[in-house]
Ligand binder design. Sequence first.
Ligand code: 0O2
Length: 215
Amino acid sequence: MQKNEKTTENIELLAEDKAGQYDELMAYFKCAMMEIETKFRVLNEEFSLQYDRNPISAIKSRLKTFKSIREKLIKNDFPLTVNSVEENLNDVAGVRVICSFERDVYLLAEALLSQDDIELIAKKDYIAHPKDNGYRSLHLIVAVPIYLVNEKRTMRVEIQLRTIAMDSWATLEHQLRYKKNIEFTDEMAEELFRCSQLSSELDHKMDNLRKLVNV
Ligand code: 0O2
């Protein structure tokens, strides 16, 4: 059995999952994720025609696993039902957009949010206000419509926009913090914080270079 496969016990905890409602909901989240990805790909294409460079270096998407959905519902004391997943969780569908320059993060976010079928639910700017550990990224929770055969549904998607430097820091920090059998010490946390400052400096230097070549 795969690690995150639904066990009988888990299905009982998501008590409403009688007629495959959970799988259906996940399919809707996947569609919303695809909508958002496409919107970013279109913006990238148009931008590259206008400025002869791509603001997006990579797009990574993921659906939250059953295991982590269940853990998050339990942690927050939310009911373990399919409805509760849709009502209470904003990050079941996640799209991460890795940008070339810091300015591109804001350009792309503004371009997406100006689209008339996108509703901004929440925004956290961890670039202007990094987390205490040094984490930087722009987080958006948006609602996007998906068009099914007989209905239109609005689904929420979590978008994380960050530069290449922010992404490599976050990826390595995550790997180090959750490394099994290794104690994550205060010294390691301080060193990671210093790395985050260096990566911020790198982003600013690269952005200055971008200005010099006027793109
Ligand atoms: P995964 O697997 O990446 O999705 P909540 O979203 O409700 O849990 P919060 O604190 O309001 O809580 O969310 P926030 O601050 O918007 O951050 C959520 C996600 O941002 C995390 O998802 C991470 O992906 C990323 N993130 C936030 N802080 C850090 C950090 O310090 N280091 C790294 N590497 N990533 C961070 P999850 O749920 O952790 O997991």
